[in-house]
Design a protein around this ligand. Structure first.
Ligand code: NAD
Ligand code: LMR
Length: 336
């Protein structure tokens, strides 16, 4: 076991996702059974008591890997020395709030957090933004951390990826673990494009398996376009409607999957993550967009060379246009 604990910062630690994340991270679910951890919990003053309560419970779990828990309301202190930052805390959309207001409110959070990461985080820091609008919040944080390579800032679309797997498995009567190479493209929003064109189940192409089960290529295409894509893309809204509040445990689980694969690598195909575009697939450089990615030697790499038909190109362009609008809005607000 490595002796020096790794510092992990979790923002919004007193909130719902924070509560679902902390205990799994402390148990070793994210970095594995050989990595002791030190948790820095960041909250705003209103959330401090909840975070402090969670810290008491963490102590009561006596996790062997957990060396220390600190609760902060100062980003500079919370990010000092951190090598893994999970940015969960965000300003939710309130009634009557326009999108520009939401972006401005979140700029007030992710700008200073980016600065704090720039000032004090470890050189090898990895950042995943969960708080919405996640892609653009990651862009804002990165813009405020000029000394940190932009590829260290990512946003979470693993939840969308996992949701896609969860829909495909019963549709093909296949174990979820047999499915490979699904892609979420674009924004973590209803415009995202969940793409199964290159996916396989136990080595067989998913489109062909769906056609065999649903009675032909046209029926499979209809299911993909009219049921699968909207179900995955609007799953967040469905959860809010059914549960009465947004997804929590599945979001925390996805954040753990994202960080674990980033650190330990992907095997057996690719996953999805929102990373800074290098211009691949025509996505403008510097946008934080979801791509098919593999984690190799501790870095995300965009999978190259996939063919996109006219439908796929249109869906990707639609989501990218939304990301461009969000970027332009935060630029106009001087947030980047
Ligand atoms: P929540 O309201 O229960 O918790 C958010 C916490 O963040 C609160 O305790 C709040 O005090 C804290 N907070 C606010 N501003 C902060 C700041 N500047 N610094 C530190 N903490 C701050 O919300 P939740 O259910 O935990 O969801 C958190 C975010 O995750 C929301 O933006 C939600 O929309 C988003 N989300 C994203 C995904 C995804 O897949 N990307 C999925 C689900 C939810
Ligand atoms: C989700 O995908 O579940 C969330 O991003 C939904 C939301 O608006 O919080």
């Amino acid at each position: 076991m490595s002796v020096t604990p790794v510092t992990i910062t979790i923002t919004g630690a007193g909130g719902q996702i924070g509560y679902a994340l902390l205990f799994r991270v402390a148990s070793g679910a994210m970095l594995g059974p050989d990595t002791p951890v030190r948790l820095n919990l960041l909250e705003i003053p209103q959330g401090l008591r909840a975070a402090e309560g969670a810290a008491l419970e963490l102590q009561d779990c006596a996790f062997p890997l957990l060396h220390q828990v600190e609760v902060y309301d100062d980003p500079k202190a919370a990010f000092r020395g951190t090598s893994h930052a999970l940015l969960v805390g965000a300003r939710p959309r309130a009634a009557g709030m326009e999108r520009g207001d939401l972006l401005a409110a979140n700029g007030g959070i992710f700008g200073p957090q980016g600065e704090a990461i720039n000032a004090g985080a470890a050189d090898d820091v990895r950042v995943v933004v969960v708080g919405n609008p996640a892609n653009t919040n990651a862009l804002i944080a990165s813009a405020h951390a000029p000394d940190v390579p932009a590829d260290r800032f990512t946003a979470l679309t693993r939840l969308d990826h996992n949701r896609a797997l969860g829909q495909l498995a019963p549709a093909m009567d296949t174990p979820v673990g047999d499915i490979r190479n699904v892609t979420i493209w674009g924004n973590h929003s209803a415009t995202q494009f969940p793409d199964v064109a290159h996916a396989t189940a136990a080595g067989d192409p998913v489109p062909a398996l769906l056609a065999a089960r649903l009675g032909g290529v046209d029926a499979a295409r209809e299911w993909i376009v009219d049921e699968f894509i909207p179900r995955v893309a609007k799953r967040g809204a469905e959860i809010i409607e059914v549960r009465g509040s947004s997804s929590v445990a599945s979001a925390a689980n996805a954040a753990i999957d994202h960080m674990r694969d980033w650190v330990h690598g992907t095997t057996g195909g690719w996953t999805s993550a929102a990373v800074v575009s290098d211009g691949s697939y025509g996505v403008p450089e510097d946008l934080v967009s979801s791509f098919p990615v593999e984690s190799v030697d501790g870095s995300w790499r965009i999978v190259q060379g996939l063919s996109l038909d006219a439908f796929a190109q249109h869906r990707l362009a639609t989501s990218v246009a939304e990301l461009v609008d969000e970027r332009d809005a935060v630029r106009a607000l001087d947030l980047i």
